[in-house]
Design a protein around this ligand. Structure first.
Ligand SMILES: C=C(OP(=O)(O)O)C(=O)O
Ligand SMILES: [Mg+2]
Length: 401
């Protein structure tokens, strides 16, 4: 019934105005799934390879589609993803492109769910999923690779950990985003927006900490539940070996100073989440920081782990971090992303399902977060390509998908 009978690939726009790969998967009994690949700007060195979309589409048509059509079942995700791996023949999808692979993988999952008549999160996670919802991490201030002339730290993330429902959490983050704008206005600070819709003011990181701290506490008081905040430091982008450490404008911090800085910020601002506080090769630094503050906060590896079970296992062995960011396009298939979540959970690591800075209206990650019972989902706060996922979470909670 779910035998794949056609796979169609095309270039569509992403939120930065760049082309990306969209896939349609059709099945024998009329099932249909459509998905599009996102794209990063502060990409990790060890991610699967994204090819220029035209090349990725041509390669997938040549190598992958013949192994899928009339060969595998959309309802059997391991079979689909196994065929994609076999068609590619490399360990990083450099032949057909992780962008083609992940678009097909996600579209097949949707086609499988369509045939079953089940919501995608249930097809992926099973009949007993859908009771727990991830806390949305909402990017409200940022810079780094996502905005010029703004903070060195890439993302300041509202975390409504006390919200009674996912809907209230989503609206809380939007309220924090709006409150940040008011505070910046009161301070006479102009602010453009970065790639993900966060405010990108020309202020220091120290000022940003205070602005976000004030915004989350104002909104928390108003709504009557706890809202904390966290960071994505994207420290691999700050790290410069030739400069001898982490470069914050004129200030360069050694690894030891960076660990102290992050530990101090965790204590001062009660941070609930810190992603990529150290360079993507520094398991040791991650382990030291986790040892110091891992009881108080999540230390999450994004560029460190790149959704890759081998890199995650290395981190587990070293005690590096206590959380992993899951981005399906970093590894190229849903099966690989699920394997990373399962390895994480078995070892006491929290999974955080994430968007990319370049996104589309695709909502797969909302379903993935519910299907895997993830602790958090990081998918922005405002802007259509972000609200697509947030609104889908609200629909899932309302049993309306
Ligand atoms: C979402 C992120 O950014 P990008 O997609 O640019 O890697 C991130 O670093 O977590
Ligand atoms: Mg990151």
């Amino acid at each position: 019934m779910t035998l794949i009978t056609d796979v169609r690939l095309r270039r569509v726009l992403d939120s930065r105005g760049n082309p990306t790969v969209e896939a349609d998967v059709l099945t024998q009994s009329g099932g249909f799934g459509r998905a599009a690949a996102p794209s990063g700007a502060s990409t990790g060195e060890y991610e699967a390879i994204e090819l220029p979309p035209s090349e990725a589409i041509a390669a997938a048509r040549r190598h992958a589609i013949p192994r899928l059509v009339d060969e595998v079942h959309a309802g059997n995700q391991r079979e689909v993803d196994g065929a994609l791996r076999a068609a590619d023949g490399t360990d990083n999808f450099s032949e057909i492109g992780a962008n083609s692979a992940v678009a097909i993988s996600m579209a097949a999952a949707k086609a499988g769910a369509d045939v079953l008549g089940a919501p995608l999160y249930q097809h992926l996670g099973g009949a007993f999923r859908g009771e727990n919802f991830p806390v949305p991490l909402g990017n409200v201030v940022g810079g780094g690779e996502h905005a010029k002339e703004a903070t060195h730290i890439q993302e300041f993330l509202a975390a409504p950990v006390g919200a009674p429902s996912v809907s209230e959490a989503v609206f809380a983050n939007a309220a924090v985003h709006a409150r940040v704008s008011e505070i910046l206005d009161e301070n006479g600070t102009p602010a453009a927006k970065g790639d993900e819709g966060a405010w990108a003011p020309p202020i220091s990181d120290a000022e940003a900490f205070d602005v976000v701290d004030q915004a989350v506490s104002d909104v928390s008081d108003e709504l009557g539940f706890e809202i904390g905040f966290g960071l994505d430091m994207a420290a691999a982008e700050l790290y410069d070996e030739d400069e001898g450490g982490y470069v914050y404008g004129d200030d360069v911090k050694s690894t030891a100073e960076q660990v102290d800085y992050v530990a101090d910020m965790v204590a001062e601002y009660d941070l609930v989440y810190v992603e990529d506080p150290l360079d993507e090769d520094d398991y040791e630094g991650f382990a030291e920081l986790t040892d110091r503050v891992g009881e108080q906060t999540l230390i999450c590896g994004d560029d460190l782990f790149v959704t890759n079970v081998e890199r995650l296992q290395e981190g587990i062995d070293a005690g590096a971090g206590n959380s992993i960011l899951i981005k399906p396009n970093q590894i190229g298939s849903l099966s690989d992303a699920f394997d990373a979540v399962e390895l994480a959970v078995r070892n006491g690591y929290d999974a955080v399902i994430s968007h990319r800075s370049g996104e589309t209206e695709d909502t797969t990650i909302a379903h993935l977060a519910v299907a895997t019972d993830a602790a958090f989902i990081k998918t922005g706060t405002v802007q259509g390509e972000r609200t697509a996922k947030l609104n889908e979470l609200i629909r899932i909670a309302d049993d309306a998908v």
